[in-house]
Write a protein that binds this ligand. Structure first.
Ligand SMILES: C[S@@+](CC[C@H](N)C(=O)[O-])C[C@H]1O[C@@H](n2cnc3c(N)ncnc32)[C@H](O)[C@@H]1O
Length: 263
């Protein structure tokens, strides 16, 4: 049997009781931490909680080799990861592989950044459009697509959740500041008036799921040098606000109270 188990957002206490029961009973546990990571936990704490060793896999071992699927023919094997296993990851492919090979499987969901970041931003979940991710730029690689995705959402009065790149093998986790800088660099290269500029309202969010969660709203100009603290970070770019959303951003997320005059 093959189990896909989401660990949730921040530390080992975010594992559901169902997930914990499963992990205490399987023969083997593998982990991938390149799609997300629990920053409030260390690996030993998870091993101690589930009572057995866990093997961490790198991206190639997960996406190309998938040896855990073969092993699941004869044993109970679990693959664990941060967040929800089937949201913003390619892990649905493992279920397809299991189905084709006649291997039973079960998914144990975890809290996902895709619901928790919109929730803690105070904006209405059903008013979010396409999610986008800002990648770490590289030589000849600086895609405009994240900027354009936000623009498309803004044109339809939809908020945007912006995820930020993780390069776990290099221990690099993009910050809100780097993400906003990326958007401003794209803005500066446009030969037209882009919809996102330094006066655009943004919400920087850090460490969702922890007691130390940070939710700070302001213009890009105000947030670009703000210290959001340790990882993980993401950004929300709000579109047209309802008064209830604006009140939350002012009261909870420290936005300038002038926001209430313009909704
Ligand atoms: C690919 S997504 C994770 C998807 C995961 N399967 C899920 O359901 O949450 C990873 C990105 O989400 C954001 N993220 C994940 N957990 C976070 C957290 N606790 N606080 C803030 N941002 C987070 C970061 O931008 C990170 O790079």
């Amino acid at each position: 049997m093959f189990y896909l188990v989401g660990l949730g957002l921040f530390d080992e206490k975010d594992i559901s009781l169902k997930g914990l029961e499963c992990l205490r009973n399987v023969d083997k546990i593998y982990a991938e931490f390149f799609t997300s990571r629990l920053f409030g936990s260390n690996f030993n704490a998870i091993e101690e909680l589930v009572g057995q060793k866990i093997e961490i896999l790198v991206r190639g071992e997960v996406e190309e080799e998938s040896k855990f699927i073969e092993e699941a023919k004869t044993q109970d094997v679990a693959l664990i990861m941060g967040g929800d296993p089937l949201i913003a990851t390619t892990h649905s492919d493992f279920l397809v592989q299991c189905s084709k090979k006649g291997i039973d499987y079960e998914v144990i969901h975890g809290s996902s950044i895709l619901s928790s970041a919109p929730a803690i931003s105070g904006l209405q979940g059903y008013k979010f459009g396409k999610v986008t991710t800002i990648p770490f730029p590289d030589y000849n690689f600086y895609p405009k697509s994240p900027y354009e995705a936000i623009e498309e959402n803004l044109k339809m009065d939809l908020h945007t959740l912006v995820l930020l790149d993780i390069q776990a093998h290099k221990d690099r986790y993009m910050t809100v500041n780097q993400g906003l800088e990326y958007l401003m660099n794209i803005h500066d290269t446009l030969d037209r008036d882009g919809l996102i500029n330094e006066n655009t309202l943004a919400v920087g969010i850090a460490r969702v799921g922890s007691k130390d969660v940070c939710v700070k709203a302001g213009t890009i100009n105000e947030l670009i040098d703000f210290d959001f603290g340790g990882p993980l970070h993401c950004i929300v770019i709000p579109s047209k606000l309802h008064i209830v959303e604006a009140e939350y951003l002012v009261e909870i997320a420290g936005a300038n109270s002038k926001l209430l005059d313009i909704v």
